[in-house]
Ligand binder design. Structure first.
Ligand SMILES: NC(=O)c1ccc[n+]([C@@H]2O[C@H](COP(=O)([O-])OP(=O)(O)OC[C@H]3O[C@@H](n4cnc5c(N)ncnc54)[C@H](OP(=O)(O)O)[C@@H]3O)[C@@H](O)[C@H]2O)c1
Length: 336
């Protein structure tokens, strides 16, 4: 089987090789999955660079999430799983950038055969995170407002869609006009450009309303400016630091207005949540993808052999959507 392998930490196209490896023996509770699709996420590149919360031993398989079909099963695996489409959870015990993957059955959730495998391949990380961010920190009611940074990211698109389903309004911050247009098309209720007058622009956009929750993927000043528009006692959840800067939130806002600051990492939830909760949430997200309520924009898909081009495109700013590997795809396909 062909597998992308990480041989050291560093720049993705310099430290990842496409190798043919022999099929490992299946453990009793393992399955062999013939992969259909796997996305590239910012966290994969943090993992590759040695900047993630999990460090691999080299050589390591790579790629956190994806979907495929069960081709072979271990002796203790339910035979009903044979041939089924499964979502591979981002546990980092297996790498999904490979045409075949061996994974323990505990890391899989069955998915519908009828749904687009590209969209299903992306629900392991971002939609689950979006769902938990919206449901864990404040009890949001229809008509409440939330604010978010990097709103044109795939995460932003999922947050807007899930908020809409709950009747919650979104105030979205992006850093370029093209991205603002995209977020408006996705149904973001207000869109504001990240700039020197962010607090004033946010206040104008909210027109007297206050935020209940701020979700931040950027760090630095924007999250602090958004936090100024939170209700007293509101929550800020930081789930990424795209700018590399510490979230600049005024201690006065935290102390005198009783705001609370939280950090979220999906992997902690996957490690600690009861199995029934994990299955329930992924099934719910799979159903929302199936009925078209939940999706992420896709810019381009690549076959595994074109991984260097896929990385180049995935790592550039100003994308219109995600970059994915599609297995069995012979040609690259534009989705822009
Ligand atoms: N904590 C968790 O458990 C968890 C779970 C899921 C995702 N995440 C994190 O969430 C973030 C978004 O993930 P994704 O897959 O949705 O990303 P994505 O679709 O690849 O989008 C990346 C986004 O980051 C923005 N960005 C990049 N550098 C920036 C900077 N210096 N300042 C402001 N914005 C910047 C991009 O803006 P442009 O389009 O303008 O370039 C784009 O909106 C990633 O950092 C990911 O690791 C964390």
């Amino acid at each position: 089987m062909r597998q992308l392998q990480l041989i050291a930490h560093g720049e993705p196209s310099e430290v990842i090789e496409l190798n043919t490896v022999s099929e490992p023996a299946l453990g009793q509770e393992d399955v062999l999955i013939s992969m259909e699709a796997a996305p590239m996420n910012p966290s994969d590149f943090l993992f590759v660079r040695g900047m993630y919360g999990i460090r691999p031993a080299f050589p390591s398989s790579v790629g956190a999430e994806g979907v495929g079909r069960v081709a072979k099963i271990g002796s203790k695996v339910d035979v009903a799983l044979r041939g089924k489409r499964v979502l591979i959870l981002p546990t980092y015990e297996q790498g999904t950038w490979a045409d075949e993957v061996v994974a323990p059955v505990r890391n899989l959730v069955p998915m519908s055969d009828e749904t687009d495998p590209l969209q299903l391949s992306m629900i392991g990380i971002n939609p689950a995170t979006a769902y938990l961010l919206l449901n864990r920190y404040v009890s949001l009611m229809p008509g409440d407002w939330i604010g978010q940074t990097a709103a044109n990211a795939a995460m932003g698109q999922y947050i807007i869609a899930l908020a809409k389903l709950a009747g919650v309004k979104t105030l979205n911050v992006v850093r370029r006009e093209e991205a603002a247009e995209q977020v408006r098309r996705w149904g973001g209720d207000r869109v504001v450009l990240q700039g020197d007058n962010l607090h004033k622009d946010v206040e104008e956009a909210l027109d007297g309303k206050k935020l209940s929750l701020v979700l931040d993927a950027v760090g630095g000043p924007p999250v602090g400016e958004l936090a100024k528009s939170l209700k007293p006692g509101g929550s800020i959840v930081v789930y990424a630091l795209q700018s590399g800067q510490f979230p600049a939130i005024s201690p006065g806002d935290l102390i005198y207005r009783g705001l609370s600051l939280h950090g979220f990492w999906l992997i902690n939830w996957i490690r600690n949540a009861p199995r029934t909760e994990i299955e329930e949430i992924y099934q719910k997200l799979g159903d929302l993808v199936a009925d078209g309520s939940l999706s992420a924009a896709v810019e381009h898909v690549y076959p595994l052999a074109q991984f260097k081009e896929a990385f180049r495109q995935s790592l550039k700013s100003n994308r219109s959507g995600k970059i994915l590997f599609q297995f069995g795809a012979t040609d690259q396909t534009d989705r822009g």
